[in-house]
Design a binder for this molecule. Sequence first.
Ligand code: CAA
Length: 282
Amino acid sequence: MKNIAVIGAGTMGNGIAHSFAQYGYKVQLIDISEKGLKKGMETIASNLDRMVSKEKITEEQKQETLDNITTFTSIAEGVENASVVVEAATENTELKLKIFRELDKACPEDTILASNTSSISITQIASVVSHPERVIGMHFMNPVPVMRLVEIIRGYNTSDKITKTIMELSKDLEKVPVEVNDYPGFVANRILMPMINEAIETLYNGVAGVYEIDTVMKLGMAHPMGPLQLADFIGLDVCHSILEVMYNGFKNPKYAPCPLLTNMVRAGKTGVKSGEGFYDYA
Ligand code: CAA
């Protein structure tokens, strides 16, 4: 298992490509736009530069990692010879279903089809391909080269064999895989998002300001980032859409996005990527 195709060169996709390439895998990085691929490769190079400057890897290892990555704009060409495809496209159900239908046509039936989705049902994604037992969730955390967890999501039909293979593959990247079942939000976001939403609700209710809420959680609970800063880092639109998936999936009002979060998303204040969220990044 040496060839891995990664679909999407955005934040998660380039981090996933970086991690596989650093551990000697040949990565076929696919994105619809050349511009996206160029930006993704630049991010990987600058993250590798940071690792070189911190003496975590050598200049030679950096070059080997970059040489392990080939870029493609076509899914059919990019998945050729890949034993595993990791889809890390935008978090949109229709888009993911479209990509998986295309993968079903382009890949032999023994290719493992993984999705990095943070909340979309693996069972639903698997329903559009033949052999749904080969579809699995491989949910990496941001920033991927740093964070050790991989949440491995078993869809309703995912086989034991495929689960075991993906657990071992994650360990090969020196990550810690944790197996969970396919219910809305899985485990990571089912616990994280209510905390973030409650932090926003606390702000919305005027209990405390942004700095105060984040400082309580950073210094009081030893979190590396406060929940509002973390929401900005993840993207407020992403947080909003994950909460909606849980709200609709469980039909439980406890997952309803705070009106302040909804308003900020509607106003285009989506956090770091837009230059403004709970903090200013301009
Ligand atoms: N690539 C490679 N290395 C990176 C990096 C990147 N993109 N970003 C940071 N690093 C490295 C740094 O080089 C540094 O390495 P050393 O410890 O060897 O010096 C280390 O990470 C720490 O970075 P910094 O010193 O620059 O900054 P920091 O100490 O503030 O840490 C952080 C940054 C790792 C992001 C830390 O703040 C953190 O852990 N934040 C919480 C992250 C988190 O919760 N992620 C999960 C989000 S939820 C998710 O992803 C799932 C979802 O579905 C929404």
